[in-house]
Design a protein around this ligand. Structure first.
Ligand code: URA
Length: 231
């Protein structure tokens, strides 16, 4: 995107006003003074300042975060740090967390300012599969595969769970794919077959895979392809 377009779309200034600021040397791009209105801006990686104030890229924001242990998926919490406290962006209070992971679950969390997109990620109607890697206390029997596939009644829940895929990958390890997100669902499903989840890590939502380059606590912007993959 052109620099003058970026600045006028992200502020209340017209393109004419923006050009005046550029002429006055009020704009910096990655720390360097810039005066060319037609200069190309990388909306994700470039840092732009006008009169010393950072100017965010226009439009909605879409991020993936690798949630660490001990952090909660909430806007505010009196006890634990929140996932939003890990994000260093202006107006972080406008961000929506697309579904919750428990405080002791790690892995992929999607975060956006786009309410409709967030709804597609979380609503069971959209059948967006979420993949969890699970480590359990006891061995997982083959018979659990059908139980997960057929849906099961959970304590304090009248409606059976939707069909879920269970792939046993080692004696005490499995991958589970869910298309809904009930309270503590994976832990309660293993509880219903008499087992206990010891570790839980989410690695995929729809076709968005947790970026292996991201350390726990790190985040990055989604690519346009990743954003469009949520339907
Ligand atoms: N299921 C759980 O039990 N916990 C999570 O954090 C996510 C799914």
């Amino acid at each position: 995107m052109r620099l003058d377009k970026y600045l006028s779309q992200s502020t209340d200034f017209s393109r004419k006003e923006v050009r005046r600021y550029l002429k006055l040397g009020e704009v910096t791009l990655n720390g360097e003074e810039v005066r060319d209105p037609a200069m190309h801006v990388d909306e994700i990686n470039d840092e732009i300042y006008l009169s010393g104030y950072p100017i965010e890229a226009p439009g909605e924001k879409y991020l993936m975060l690798n949630k660490p242990l001990g952090c909660v998926c909430a806007n505010h919490d009196g006890t634990h740090p929140t996932v939003l406290s890990l994000i260093d962006l202006p107006r972080a209070n406008e961000l929506i967390i697309c579904g919750r992971l428990d405080v002791d679950t790690t892995g992929l969390v999607l975060i956006t300012t786009d309410g409709q997109w967030a709804h597609k990620v979380t609503s069971p109607k959209h059948k967006t599969g979420k993949l969890y890697e699970v480590v359990t206390a006891d061995p997982i029997p083959e018979s659990a595969v059908d139980k997960f596939a057929n849906g099961m009644k959970l304590i304090n829940d009248n409606i059976k769970t939707k069909p879920a895929e269970l792939h046993i990958t080692a004696e005490n390890e499995a991958e589970v794919i869910l298309t809904e997100g009930r309270y503590h669902q994976v832990k309660r499903m293993f509880g219903a077959i008499g087992n206990k989840v010891e570790e839980l890590h989410r690695t995929r939502i729809g076709n968005i895979h947790l970026d292996e380059e991201l350390e726990l606590g790190e985040y990055r912007f989604l690519t346009p392809e990743e954003i469009d993959s949520i339907q």
